[in-house]
Design a protein around this ligand. Sequence first.
Ligand code: UQ1
Length: 446
Amino acid sequence: MSPAAALRTVPSLAARYATTSAHSGKHKVVVIGAGAGGLAAANQIYNAFKSRGERLNDGDIAIIDPAQHHDYQPGWTIVGSGLADKADYRRPLASLIPAHFAHIPGSAAGVEPQSSRVVLADGTTVGYESLVVAAGLQINYDKVAGLTEALSDAQSKVATIYSYETADKTWHLIREFDGKGEAIFTQPFGPVKCAGAPQKIAYMADSYWKTTSNPLPSRSFITGMPTMFSVPHYSNALNAIRQEKGINGEFNTNLVSIDSAKRVAKFEVLAGENKGKRIEKEFGMLHVTPPMGPRDWIKKSPIADAAGWVDVHQGTLQHNKFENIFSLGDSSSLPTSKTAAAITAQTPILTNNLVSLLSTGKVGDAIYDGYTSCPLFTGRGELMLAEFKYGLERKETFGWLTDQSKPNRAFYHLTKDVFPRTYFSKMLKGEWYGPKGIFPPQFVPS
Ligand code: UQ1
């Protein structure tokens, strides 16, 4: 779409976008992505200027995102478990973008740091004084042969909670499973968002079948990773839980292809004495966690590190080469687990450091400790609240009260009933600081 056409289709946008562009040709802050990180950061940045007494003009902050909808993605495990409707976790994106932001409904396709411009897929450019990259990651369905076809075929016994389209199909497969053949749940080798979800959905299915099915189907969790979880403390607890539930576990075993008509999945062994060996398994139902990686356009851009993530300092979230670029969330190189909880801790750091740079010319010195959290459903009515930071070290909010590696009902309700509301009512507005709740962390002004 040409910018002119875009402006015609969204009249209110035309007004907003025109104001700033006409003034200076560039926005004070451009945010790529209106997901959890982009919206929280844009709002926090706006509020930070306001509390410094520097009220921004309409359109000073622009958000680039072509999506029609915004989804509460952590909720897709709950949808796949039959405990919520997927529509409950979806909002029209326009309803989440305040009128004082310019919404540019295009796709980012590149960044030119030398001229401080974002290039959109239609060739138009958006200038910035400073840039926040919150573009999320990319799901590489095509890295598993047959996966795209299997997911789009409503009759197939293959689903994933990692997409809005099939989150509810996951629940239908679980509910209607006749117990013939094995129920297989996979996790790929490599980084995925919410690295606990591949096993959470296995526990939730197991929990459902134990109340309804007789006989109980055979259940396997097959992962390309060497362990259940990155943090050894939680990994050991999860492995014990998996064994107690009678779910088979296979490690270093990566899904490579699916024949959904024959209900056969092929795996490759990645390590150990059988390294390189191919294994075929018949399945009755298959839950796939697709491989994920950095977005192609970022990988090809000058802002990427060698792996393709946006190359930022792990403490300050500032780009390692370009002073006026910052990144958070799934698109960043931050060496921690990719979760919404991580974003609650990253946003105030990014905001402090970026607003300080714009206001004083000197980047702020707030430092992110790598905090992230994975609320792991381990069955109906039970949840293990894993919380950790850089170095795979535990950083538990309720550790003084309870052993967080032991699942409990309070954490279950916190995650199922409280977090989704908090996300929309507070977090996306930049008013939620994770374990600190509504109280912002205080940084020493630079
Ligand atoms: C959190 O703040 C949050 O955002 C609303 C989540 O939702 C996705 C979470 O899963 C977690 C764990 C947090 C962290 C908050 C506390 C109170 C531990």
